[in-house]
Ligand binder design. Structure first.
Ligand code: PDD
Length: 287
């Protein structure tokens, strides 16, 4: 059974939803996307994702296709139509369609699509057992704070990492970890401080990261915003990553170095449980 998806004002069967070959997302990667988790039929941290969508669009001068409240209505509608209990809702806004030209006209009408993807998030083996992450030089442009659909660096780095048996890859710049190809990076130091890189143009400001910072404070875990080196990552007591689709995922190996005793650590487990509780009880119920 096919999904119902949203495309430019209409809900359609996925096999009937088409976008122009002149879409600037297709031709230039000229667009923005967002991914929100759905757990137990609830949208997780969705306010943060919609706020970041608005910010990203503003940064590349694409108008919002509609008000935030209307986008939320579409997300809710898609979850209901597809009876999505667990998975993600994907949103994408591109500058619109026009004959190919680097320069674009003012006042273009954005193309807006949205769809659901059913997948197991909470019970994924990666979330339960932890994962290995590879490391590589950061291949991306200088405005990584904008969530653009220009993801070839990430696609190629992830493909290589996956082929080497890694679940994710951490990017390194000037000796410091920036972030994962599609996730935020954290380590726990020997002094029991969780480190994550401060937000800047070098990284995407993670919504899961932000929610977790608040939870950690409530639970008495210290998360310090400071850049950390690859060497510090190798020597970490624990490590984990966060994203909408991977929640809090333990890391048990960075490149060839085993982290801690090679199993998910207690601080990671505590934060993971706290985040799941938030997702299941404090987020917006739809179904
Ligand atoms: N990726 N950093 C990068 C480069 C990302 O692509 C993502 C998310 C994150 C985590 O952000 P958040 O916690 O807001 O999901 C950090 C999504 C899930 C994706 O591309 O599918």
């Amino acid at each position: 059974m096919g999904r119902t998806v949203y495309i430019n004002g209409a809900f359609k069967a996925e096999e009937d939803a088409f976008i122009s070959i002149f879409d600037r997302g297709f031709l230039f990667a000229d667009g923005i996307y967002e991914v929100t988790a759905v757990i137990d039929g609830r949208l997780v941290d969705n306010d943060l994702h919609l706020a970041r969508l608005e910010r990203s669009l503003h940064e590349i001068a694409i108008p919002m296709p509609m008000a935030i409240e209307q986008i939320l209505e579409i997300q809710v509608d898609l979850i209901r139509r597809n009876q999505l209990r667990e998975g993600v809702v994907y949103l994408q806004v591109t500058r619109g369609s026009a004959d190919r030209d680097f320069g674009y006209a003012e006042g273009m009408r954005p193309n807006f699509i949205a769809f659901t993807q059913a997948k197991s998030l909470v019970d994924a083996p990666s979330v339960r057992n932890g994962v290995a992450v590879d490391v590589t030089d950061d291949p991306r442009w200088s405005r990584r704070d904008i969530k653009t659909i220009m993801l070839l660096g990430q696609v190629l780095a992830k493909k290589k990492a996956n082929a080497g048996g890694f679940h994710e890859v951490w990017f390194v710049e000037d000796g410091y970890i920036t972030e994962g190809a599609s996730s935020t990076a954290f380590i726990l130091t020997k002094d029991n401080v969780v480190l994550t890189r401060p937000n800047s143009q070098a990284v995407l400001p993670g919504c899961t990261r932000r929610a977790l910072q608040k939870l950690a404070k409530e639970g008495g875990v210290i998360i310090e915003e400071r850049r950390f080196t690859l060497q510090e990552a190798y020597e970490a007591k624990e490590a984990f990553l966060t994203s909408a689709s991977s929640l809090v995922t333990p890391i048990i190996r960075v490149a060839q170095r085993v982290i801690g005793d090679g199993t998910p650590g207690p601080v990671t487990r505590r934060l993971q449980a706290a985040y799941l509780d938030l997702a299941r009880t404090r987020s917006e119920p739809v179904l």
